[in-house]
Design a protein. Structure first.
Length: 181
């Protein structure tokens, strides 16, 4: 009797539905696991970075000790990077007076493309276009856009890979905590 129930069309439909539901659950769980990736440099001193900005000025992260620094890594071929930079510009407008600095670092080897991207991106913080080749490795950047948060003592306190609109609220929450320390 049990064997005949398992061979019925109704049982087959339930089995297909269960398999589909299980597959969907796995697909939804995978991004959550990726989002929870641990950034290995959290809690360690931020690597120093010296790079040239669009107007020829050199910017150095260590010059901003005593301030909370957001370092955004971008590429001229990354459309999501533009959205993240706009979000960071809005955050900086609100929190600059509390000691927040934002520095955006190009990791694209195509400098003309990076310069074109930087000229078309209206933000109030420096967009560094000429960076040393080891910058991405020093900060363990494995994709763009990516941001790291550096506290007033120069220690890396957080990192976020990729960007979605809802991340802006997360950035604000974490940066307010650092600014209040």
């Amino acid at each position: 009797m049990i064997a005949s129930l398992l061979d019925s069309p109704v049982a087959a439909r339930y089995a297909r539905f269960a398999a589909l539901a299980f597959g969907c659950a796995l697909a939804l769980a995978a991004p959550a696991g990726l989002a929870a990736e641990r950034y290995q440099l959290v809690g360690k001193p931020a690597p120093d970075l010296v790079a040239r900005g669009m107007s020829g000025e050199n910017v150095r992260i260590s010059e901003h000790r005593g301030e909370v620094v957001v370092v955004s890594f971008w590429s001229g071929r990354c459309n999501t990077c533009r959205d993240q930079l706009s979000a960071l510009d809005r955050i900086l407008t609100t929190y600059a007076s509390a000691g927040l600095k934002v520095i955006a670092v190009n990791l694209d080897s195509d400098l003309p493309r990076a310069e074109k991207f930087a000229r078309s991106t209206a933000v109030q913080f420096p967009l560094l276009i000429s960076t040393p080749g080891n910058t991405g490795r020093d900060f363990d950047v494995d994709r763009v856009p990516m941001v790291v948060f550096v506290d007033r003592a120069g220690v890396l306190r957080g990192a976020h890979r990729e960007f979605k609109a809802r991340d802006e609220a997360t950035y604000v929450r974490e940066l307010r905590t650092l600014l209040n320390e």
